[in-house]
Design a protein around this ligand. Structure first.
Ligand SMILES: Nc1ncnc2c1ncn2[C@@H]1O[C@H](COP(=O)(O)OP(=O)(O)O)[C@@H](O)[C@H]1O
Ligand SMILES: [Mg+2]
Length: 235
């Protein structure tokens, strides 16, 4: 089986500061794969190398058997990789509907996901369609960020710490929604610091440490081995 998305020995740096030291990973069609690790280990940067936001200084990124290393972000998005950034970055002056409309136009990828169908997935957004982005709660903003990416009809969704800063009940609701997307067959690469969100959804896990892959295996194996988990994620 060839992977839908594959990173091969990816290195990356911010200026002179090197942060990724040879990340290799695979995400197969329909899988939910989690990048797990503490703050600062390189989860966001790994996603940025895929999106072309921080192009790799060495190594390769492949998507659907094509080499996309160093492609401009808009090209990566149009090829079918959707990115939900951890800082959310919705337009605070625009309404919920306008935020979705801007994303739909920019992506130019028609498909199952339309403004109507994402509002069906997140009914809460329907009631807020005329509300300015800046007046949404954290949970509503996170839903809008995911919805905005979905209207681009990605084949792979990169979700960067979706649960960050949200109350437990909100996280639970979000987890259910991401679970629905997975059940519908969407391929997902998820970054998380905590294990609750990630191990509930993930099929496989890569634990990062200081810009390298420290462990990879099935989520079930990791869930069953408390001692290993504690060792890998110990502060
Ligand atoms: N824009 C940036 N400029 C310089 N260093 C950065 C920048 N963004 C992140 N870093 C550094 O790169 C390392 C990896 O960060 P990041 O990929 O954001 O990790 P994570 O998402 O796992 O928290 C950290 O040491 C962080 O301080
Ligand atoms: Mg991060």
């Amino acid at each position: 089986m060839t992977a839908l998305l594959e990173l091969q020995d990816v290195h990356a740096a911010y200026g002179l500061s090197r942060v990724l030291f040879g990340i290799s990973l695979e995400v197969n069609q329909g899988e939910c794969v989690c990048l797990l690790g503490r703050n600062g280990v390189g989860k966001t940067t790994t996603m940025r190398t895929v999106m072309g936001l921080t192009p790799p200084s060495a190594g390769h990124v492949r998507f659907k058997t094509g080499n996309i290393t160093g492609w401009a972000p808009y090209r990566v998005a149009r090829a079918g990789i959707g990115f939900v950034p951890e800082d959310r970055r919705i337009f605070s002056e625009l309404s919920v509907w306008e935020n979705l409309d801007v994303a739909r136009r920019a992506a130019q990828r028609p498909g199952h996901w339309t403004i109507d169908s994402v509002i069906e997935l997140f009914p809460v957004l329907g009631g807020l369609r005329d509300r300015q982005g800046g007046f949404l709660s954290g949970g509503e903003q996170q839903m809008l960020t995911i919805a905005r990416t979905l209207v681009g009809n990605p084949e792979v969704l990169l979700l960067d710490e979706p649960s960050e800063g949200l109350a437990p009940l909100v996280v639970e609701a979000l987890l259910a929604k991401v679970g629905e997307l997975k059940a519908q067959g969407l391929t997902i690469l998820l970054a998380e610091q905590g294990i609750e969100f990630s191990l509930a959804l993930a099929d496989r896990v890569y634990v990062l440490e200081k810009g390298t892959v420290r462990y990879s295996g099935s989520a079930a194996a990791l869930k069953a081995d408390r001692a290993l988990l504690d060792r890998l994620l110990a502060v």
